[in-house]
Design a protein around this ligand. Sequence first.
Ligand code: AMP
Ligand code: MG
Length: 413
Amino acid sequence: MIKVEKALNYILSSTSPLGIEKINILNALGRVLSEDVCACRDIPPKDNSAMDGYGINSKDTMGASQKNPLLFDIIEDIPAGYMPAKIVGFAEAAKIMTGAPIPQGVDAVIPVENTEPDGDRVKILKEAKTGENVRYAGEDVREGEPVLPAGKIIRPAEIGMLASLGRSFVQVYQKPLVAILATGDELIDIDGVISPEKIISSNSYSTAAQVIECGGIPLQIGIAKDTTEDLTAKFKYAMRADIIVSSAGVSVGDYDFVKDVMKDMGIKIEFWQVAERPGKPLTFGTMEGKLIFGLPGNPVSSMITFEQYVRPSILKMTGHKNLFRKAIRATIKENIRKKEGLRYFIRAVVSYEDGQYTAVTTGEQGSGILKSMVRANGIIVLPEEITAVKTGEKVTVQLIDGSFEMTSQPGYL
Ligand code: AMP
Ligand code: MG
């Protein structure tokens, strides 16, 4: 039996970013950039107007006011998307729309609101300062400027930036294919014929959802019988993936053959059993650069061990640098007892009240009580050496969902 940190260390030191691929930017949402993106041109490409109004030379507007309107000849109309044809001279104006290129001779734009039409002339009612309402070429991004560094997670803003740079394709880290294998004679698939001695393989689905959530591609291998033959066949099939995640059959039961099958296939078992609850029978092996996880079978154990070990390794494979959920310190609102020597991962409901986090457990913590995961938005992590925590003490809690990212009120405070 090894300690949690050591197990994680084994796993992460066996994990490296997978490879890179070039994909369309709209498919790149949430992916990690694997190239440095520099601007290939100025954005905007030319000085342009920030307002609908009149392009003039600011010097010519000296003294203009509501009481002292100055008359300018309108020599041209410049809609957005068209180049100016004329040079603007003394006491001349070019009618210009937002986004249209600034003509020669113009250093400011008077907004329509500060003008009055007067036939083919315009009255300017306010002085302008040089540069007013002009957006300069390259003011967003300069040609050659590094814009997005490798390692950046691509969000809608990055997609917009890539688009404005004319990049329809971008290089990102690949997603790993994650084979999911349930094992056990008692299991049936979700639509299988139910009978009292059978249970539905919920792990096949919770694991697949966890894989998708952290950016992997699930590959359902189905359910293997508790025989070395069927396990071997299904494990061999699963080896086409980058990561293999099996569940159950790793304890000390008479029909727990998963470890033996792994060994016989040439998989190097890096460790078996971790000093934790739930998840003690966790098994991890490697072969040909692939990671093979034998998660425990109980629905909570499989989800918690996925969360603690498989998720960070998928994130690392996909190029992420931040591999772990945010953890906070919360005041526990009940007494908890534990066994010494094991790290506990306790399902909890975390709240934020009066400027501090509080946590309560989700109740019954049996590793078959999937409801404890359904209710939880956090996992309390209790260290090996302690045997109890008391109401009012501080505990570390990992925040496992977006509970604290969304609220019912708009954020105008
Ligand atoms: P095992 O490790 O094979 O002894 O399995 C431990 C417990 O987890 C047993 O009660 C199994 O029925 C249950 N279990 C195993 N695999 C699954 C699965 N895919 N979905 C839901 N429960 C499972
Ligand atoms: Mg079993």
